[in-house]
Design a protein around this ligand. Sequence first.
Ligand SMILES: [Zn+2]
Length: 323
Amino acid sequence: METVGRLCQTPIPEQQIVKAFHRSAVKPAAILLLILFSSIAPIRATEIKIWEEFSGEKALAHVQRLVDLGPPPAGSDAIEKARDYIEAQLRHSGWQVTRQAFTDDTPRGKIHFVNLIARFSGDAHPTSPSLLLCSHYDTKLFDTIRFVGANDGGSSTGLLLELARVLGQHPSEARRVELAFFDGEEAYENFSGTDGLYGSRYFAKQLQGEGAKPFPGGILFDMVGDRSLGITLPPNSPSALAHDLFAAAEALKLRKYFSYLDRDLIDDHAPLNAIGVPTIDIIDFDYPWWHTADDTMDKISAQSLQIVGSVALYYLVEFGLKR
Ligand SMILES: [Zn+2]
């Protein structure tokens, strides 16, 4: 009370009043800037919502292009065109592509297979990737029907190409990922130790043979475009991965699209899990047109690809690449 009384009683020269005004005007401005910068900086560093950059429409457009090339079973002319397309798209997004070619015995004789493996370019100090993202891009060979595999072969390939585009905009994330497009997932007769999973078996064998540090984790995508989406993880999925994937779906309010299948499944994740790369299979196996001539573009949707793509990206930045 005393101080106020004194201030009121002491006349303040005009110059001093102006200075005092300037000082007090500068201070709030500086504080405001400080607040602005301190709130922007963490957003730029950790809060980039990379999952919002995924376009289901773009993924679907890739599937359409692949389907337009005609059915691509292993060893066909169409699959060679599919390879060229995938490779060109990956390069366009900044990835370096290696062709892992091999020949294997099949019930139809010797077949030439090619896996496409992509790492992010321009890295002077390559680190070992933390995550393997994969899909098969061959379709099952049928003698009696024209099988284009819009969902089975096409959808996951289109999705992986769109993931590659988004990751390509974020080099620090992209460098920690390897992409694999497997050939020869489909069996000629029945899945066995020697029929089916040709590409992933070969990839796993090479990885093991190189003695390289295996990936800490992997995600396989297969049949992810069903209009009526219901991802059904095989019950033998690595539980930590499944837990984090469900949490990612929950965070994006998309949890209802993810559940467990009631039985185990043979797919490209099996050879990877067998060599100690815990790999989850993101698959919607409840698909009435599976391995029929009706597995066509009209059965899949951009929205379903959007759901899977955004959950996968959320999982990547908030879980998989944080480990
Ligand atoms: Zn299939």
